[in-house]
Design a binder for this molecule. Structure first.
Ligand code: PRP
Length: 180
């Protein structure tokens, strides 16, 4: 079933890097209780593993969004499900699976900043810098990845492959395609 998918980041490498990120975040947030905020759906596996690699107490919350504009990448975002928790005065760690253009992140960071958290930092598993249109500070990055269509470890192609335990690339026809 997955014979056409090439491994880009192995399960072992993902596990090792997520543990490192968890340790770094635990050191940085010692004696604090950050709220990990994540956007459905792509980050659900990374978030689940990262949360278990963090040793300080945390809260968790989720948002769901839809995007508009050219190819759904126009940077216009509508929030379909907002946070349940109030983040005013809280340390927020925004957890993403991938930052491409940065437009989604830009919108959401502005939206969260308006709620006046005590601090707001970004953690992304994957950074595809080559597609960046809007630059925002990212405090924690798992891997910088090439301009290939990636699936697995939460990332999908037409809602498939999210459950692959590794990060893979679809064959060449997927290359250059916009991540759905
Ligand atoms: C991905 C990812 C970010 C966004 C990044 O979501 O989770 O939210 O794309 O893209 P950008 O930097 O170009 O704005 P996706 O659209 O794949 O939805 P999903 O998380 O439901 O799979």
């Amino acid at each position: 079933m997955n014979k056409n998918i090439s491994v880009v980041i192995s399960e072992d490498d993902l596990r090792r890097r997520v543990r490192e990120l968890g340790a770094e975040i635990s050191r940085d947030y010692a004696d604090r209780t950050p709220v990990l905020v994540s956007v459905l759906k792509g980050s659900f596996i990374f978030l689940a593993d990262l949360a278990r690699a963090i040793t300080v107490p945390i809260n968790l919350d989720f948002m769901a969004i839809t995007r508009y504009g050219a190819g759904k990448r126009g940077g216009v975002v509508r929030i379909e499900k907002d946070l349940d928790l109030a983040i005013t005065g809280r340390e927020v760690l925004f957890v993403e699976d991938i930052v491409d253009t940065g437009l989604t992140l830009g919108y959401l960071v502005r939206n969260l900043q308006a709620r006046e958290p005590a601090g707001l930092a970004v953690c992304t598993l994957l950074d595809r810098r080559v597609r960046r249109l809007a630059n925002l500070p990212i405090r924690y990055t798992g891997f910088e990845v090439p301009d290939r269509f990636l699936v697995g470890y939460g990332l999908d192609h037409r809602e498939q492959y999210r459950n692959l335990p590794y990060l893979g690339a679809l064959p060449e026809e997927g290359k250059g395609a916009v991540q759905p």
